[in-house]
Design a binder for this molecule. Structure first.
Ligand SMILES: Nc1ncnc2c1ncn2[C@@H]1O[C@H](COP(=O)(O)OP(=O)(O)OP(=O)(O)O)[C@@H](O)[C@H]1O
Length: 257
């Protein structure tokens, strides 16, 4: 990390608004994310979490607002610049590993091809790094030539995480990374994610409806309702002493699915 990185936020978002016709996806969302920080975005289904994340990660174009990255608005980036960003400095972990993996390519290939995409050419070194990353996400080296379709859901998700982190991104977006998995598999994945976030000092924006996930992972929370941010604060503060009536309902699990 260079000296300038700690004096300005990694990401500075202002007035982000996305409408679907007359319906509001998200409205006037603003926040800053600092290096090494994990920001959790929570809210019940339909509150605008996914819309916000997809606008932030360049998968949808917002109607209004700005997203400053290294001082430049990513909404002004060319398509080529945006693609470079998503392949290098940014990573996106999908809820469904099938959306983030290439199912017809081996586990090692899924990790290795990202290294090739950022310019690595030496096959032996790429395979060594891929093996190392499989180990970090608790996938045995002997599975390196297996396709993800032969893996369990939890293993697929761990492989997707390895594929995303192998290039050392500066910012990772995560969309319900533990969603759709059995409870015991979720717990193991959460443990693994927490270790990686801590060891690598990752900067993360994570969307979830599961407060246990953000309790473990997030430094700060943003609570959304009907597309708007209704409360922000340190995770423990928001969860232990919620100020907004909606957050109080959310925490008391009345609104949790
Ligand atoms: N493609 C779309 N077309 C029309 N309306 C949409 C579309 N996507 C989302 N919306 C609407 O935007 C609002 C926010 O939805 P969004 O999916 O972002 O919420 P969410 O909090 O991520 O919910 P979930 O957890 O169920 O995905 C909702 O009212 C939703 O119906």
């Amino acid at each position: 990390m260079d000296g300038s990185a700690v004096t300005m936020p990694l990401l500075a978002v202002q007035g982000l608004t996305k409408r679907y016709g007359p319906r509001i996806g998200c409205a006037d969302v603003g926040f800053e994310l600092w290096p090494g920080e994990v920001l959790g975005i929570v809210g019940e289904s339909g509150s605008g979490k996914s819309t916000l994340l997809s606008c932030l990660a360049g998968m949808q174009h917002p109607d209004e607002g700005s997203i400053l990255w290294d001082g430049r608005d990513v909404l002004d980036f060319s398509e080529a610049e945006r693609r470079r960003l998503l392949r290098g400095d940014w990573a996106y972990v999908h809820q469904n590993p099938r959306d983030g993996l290439r199912m017809g390519v081996s586990a090692g290939g899924n990790v290795g091809e990202l290294l090739m995409a950022v310019g690595q050419r030496h096959y032996g070194a790429i395979r060594d790094t891929a093996t190392d990353w499989l180990g970090r996400v608790e996938i045995a080296a002997e599975r390196i030539d297996d396709r993800p379709s032969a893996f369990s859901g939890g293993m697929q998700q761990r492989l997707q995480i390895a594929r995303n982190l192998v290039t050392g991104p500066r910012l990772v977006f995560m969309d319900e990374p533990t969603g759709g998995l059995d409870v015991s598999v979720q717990a193991r994945l959460l443990d693994l994610l927490r270790g990686l976030v801590r060891d690598l000092g990752l900067s993360v924006v994570i969307v979830t409806h599961d407060l246990a996930v953000v309790r473990l992972l997030a430094d700060r929370l943003m609570v959304m309702k009907s597309g708007r941010v209704v409360e922000t604060g340190l995770t423990d503060q928001v969860l232990d002493d919620p100020q907004h009536a909606y957050t109080q309902l959310l925490v008391s699990s009345v609104l949790q699915v």
